[in-house]
Design a protein around this ligand. Structure first.
Ligand SMILES: [Zn+2]
Length: 478
């Protein structure tokens, strides 16, 4: 006989309070953009204190790293240690609070693509990311954090406008890497699971699909809202200009990569709709949202960003930093405190004419190149950087590499390490993927022990095209 499991009284209490907590978060997200700088600082400091106390008390990693807090004096965030992804992942279990999750269970979970969007034990969502660090990361979110991200997405970002489109039967397409527990697809699938009315109007498409198949699927789905990376949107814009892709788009949302002004203009012309930018990461899903006036407002009530130099000292207001440190005030299960994000974020210090008082930022994020290779018939095929990196990272498990286009039919996969088995594995996965796209004749050279090449912004690029390989028009952007 199966023993009857009585519900834990504390879980019942938590469940009863949950709607109240959700309502509180939504009210706070609505009100914070109108707060004065002093009131916002007070709110942020109170959340920071709660996070630090929780992290010190409940996580072995943070108990070792963080000093005890002064009870009355303000917290000096700059005096706290900086954390890297390597440090977080080296002691993954010790970095968690109040959970019996262990690395083995998380790893097993992440290997199950059919569970993308599900919460482990109904309580935690785990996102995997390679990012620009060259090292995989696992980011565990609790339900309170997911509630904050949902409120930020639906009330402050482009989501606010799209809800009315979807509520009247409009459709949305998400074009991203879909094969793993990545933040975008996992959040999208979670929404589809928890909001059945949305499941019928939301559909995800994979950037790994060949372009003609993708164009066919999107033409059939006819979305009014499309969310994707700027490089993928540019590829689709070419198809729209050629008349092959015809979508009734009202809004195009871009994220995940840097959206340059000239690209935005080209996209708006090709699709005849507004383009909205956003900035997020696996470490905090909705870092900044674009307002109607085109300003990118930092969600400074729920996270702290510190632009710093190479020695982690603050840079002057308006200056571009070496890197940016992130403190996530919403998530208590895996505290991220002064975590080195890798992106370069600049505070403009200017007010926005939309009336939102949350600070304006500019971001230099991922800036990989779209490659253009000639197939057997001599036709140029565009390959998205995120599709190529997904093949190398997810199918071959290689994270520290650079892929260079060195000619119209040649690539070079280079590693600064001497890990030959990883190189061969990734080269083989890449060749197989290229063959499926009529690009089987493309040569993929492998090299070990290479110094990394830096891209235009001075940042490490994973996928880049050497200038001599350009098959398209010269890029006249700054
Ligand atoms: Zn604004």
């Amino acid at each position: 006989m199966t023993p009857v499991r009585l519900p834990d009284p504390w879980s019942l209490f938590e469940a009863a309070l949950w709607p109240l907590q959700q309502a509180q978060v939504h009210c706070s997200v609505l009100l914070a953009p109108q707060l004065s700088a002093e009131a916002l600082a007070q709110l942020r400091d109170a959340r920071l204190r709660r996070l630090l106390e929780h992290a010190r008390t409940h996580s072995r990693l943070h108990a070792r790293r963080l000093p005890s807090l002064p009870t009355c004096a303000p917290i000096d965030l700059h005096s706290l240690p900086v954390m890297s992804r390597a440090e977080l992942m080296a002691d993954f279990e010790a970095g968690l609070c109040d959970t019996d999750l262990d690395a083995g269970r998380v790893e097993t979970w992440l290997r199950q693509p059919d569970r993308v969007g599900e919460l482990i034990d109904g309580r935690w969502q785990v996102w995997e990311s390679s990012g620009t660090h060259g090292q995989p990361g696992w980011f565990v979110q609790d339900r309170a954090a997911l509630c904050v991200y949902d409120a930020l997405e639906s009330l402050r970002s482009a989501g606010a406008g799209a809800l009315s489109t979807l509520a009247t039967g409009g459709r949305m397409a998400l074009l991203v890497a879909t094969g793993g527990h990545f933040a975008s697809i996992a959040s999208f699938e979670r929404l589809r699971r928890t909001q059945p009315w949305l499941a019928a109007v939301l559909r995800a498409f994979s950037i790994l699909d060949p372009l003609p198949a993708l164009v066919h699927s999107l033409n059939s789905w006819q979305p009014q809202v499309l969310a994707t990376y700027p490089t993928a949107a540019e590829l689709l814009a070419e198809q729209a200009r050629a008349g092959r892709l015809q979508l009734p788009l009202r809004e195009l949302w871009c994220g995940g990569e840097t959206l340059r002004p000239a690209v935005r203009e080209r996209l708006e012309q090709a699709f005849g709709c507004r383009v909205r930018n956003s900035y997020g990461a696996s470490e905090f899903f909705c870092i900044a949202s674009e307002c109607a006036a085109g300003g990118l407002h930092l969600n400074a009530d729920w996270l702290i960003l510190e632009p710093v130099d190479a020695e982690h000292r603050p840079v002057p207001l308006g200056a571009w930093p070496h890197t940016t440190l992130l403190t996530n005030l919403a998530n208590h299960v895996q505290p991220l405190i002064r975590y080195a994000l890798g992106d370069r974020v600049r505070f403009t210090g200017e007010p926005c004419r939309c009336g939102n008082r949350l600070p304006l930022i500019e971001v230099q994020g991922r800036e990989d190149d779209t490659l253009q290779l000639l197939d057997r018939k001599g036709t140029a095929q565009s390959l998205l950087p995120l599709a190529l990196s997904t093949v190398i990272e997810d199918e071959a498990g290689l994270f520290d590499y650079q892929l260079l286009q060195t000619g119209p039919q040649s690539l070079r996969l280079q590693l600064h390490t001497s890990d030959r088995p990883a190189l061969l594995r990734a080269r083989s996965a890449l060749k197989q993927w290229l063959r499926a796209r009529e690009l089987g004749q493309v040569r993929v050279e492998g090299r070990l022990g290479c110094a990394p090449l830096l891209g235009r912004s001075g940042k490490l690029q994973r996928v880049l095209r050497l200038e001599s390989c350009r098959l398209d028009r010269p890029d006249n952007e700054p």
